[in-house]
Design a binder for this molecule. Structure first.
Ligand code: AP5
Length: 213
């Protein structure tokens, strides 16, 4: 199964990707987490990416395409993958087409997660993320068992630097300008499935299973 998660920042792409991963045993590739990891390790790509991420801009295509191409060639993704946060621009969509074509593969689904700007802004201030394993929590809808501590790996939870109101607004603009147009592209292929980003968390596994079969 090869899936792309598409939707505005904070709509719930990562949350749904993890549910699909648990349901079908397919690994998730989250470009945001890969880039944050590169920033934390101070790699060459990470040093370039940091400024773009802090401002809520897209990291340049050449870096992201290179990172994704390398990751998709790894053996654990041979049977499938869920791309969370890629592609995000026309150039990235072309790059993904090329990678898939070279391997004789195709996408099965694009899951379009929908949520309005106001709900997103209200939601992201209450998100807490785990820098250790990438798990995502919400102070109201999905609190960790112990305050500030990841249930899965025990790391301290953080509020992401780009989850501040001004940066969130800019991320939404960037999404509308650069990423949303990709929906038209995939619409033609008939592989888009819409999932409301405010579907109650306990109903998501059933809904995603019905949609994906
Ligand atoms: P990235 O990390 O990908 O951020 P994003 O796309 O902005 O998406 P988010 O992670 O903010 O949100 P999400 O939709 O995954 O929502 P989540 O499930 O966490 O990218 C960050 C930056 O990296 C970019 O700005 C860019 O600079 C760079 N980057 C990454 N990929 C790139 C690329 N391909 N090209 C160039 N640059 C790139 O949910 C949000 C909150 O809501 C959580 O608290 C969650 O618990 C809660 N929640 C989720 N679903 C529900 C629900 N159904 N009910 C109640 N609460 C819910």
């Amino acid at each position: 199964m090869r899936i792309v998660m598409l939707g505005p920042p904070g709509s719930g792409k990562g949350t749904q990707a993890r549910i699909v991963s648990e349901l079908y045993g397919v690994p998730v590739v989250t470009t945001g987490d890969m880039l944050r990891d590169a920033v934390a390790r101070g790699t060459e790509h990470g040093r370039v990416a940091k400024g773009f991420m802090d401002r809520g801009e897209l990291v340049p295509d050449r870096i992201v395409n290179m990172v994704v191409r390398e990751r998709l060639s790894m053996p654990d993704l041979e049977a499938g993958f869920i791309l969370d946060g890629f592609p995000r621009s026309t150039a990235q969509a072309y790059a993904l087409d090329r990678i898939l074509r070279e391997r004789g593969l195709r996408l099965d689904y694009v899951i379009h997660v929908t949520l309005g700007d106001e709900a997103i802004a209200a939601r992201l201030g209450n998100r807490r993320s785990c820098p250790g394993c990438g798990a995502v929590y919400h102070l109201e809808s999905k609190p960790p068992r112990a305050v500030g501590v990841c249930d899965e790996c025990g790391s301290g939870l953080v509020l992401r630097d780009d989850d501040k109101p001004k940066v969130i607004r800019h991320r939404l603009e960037v999404y509308r300008e650069k990423t949303r147009p990709l929906l038209d592209r995939y619409m033609g292929a008939g592989i888009i499935r819409e999932v409301p980003g405010d579907c109650p968390l306990d109903e998501l596994p059933g809904l995603l299973r019905r949609i994906l079969g």
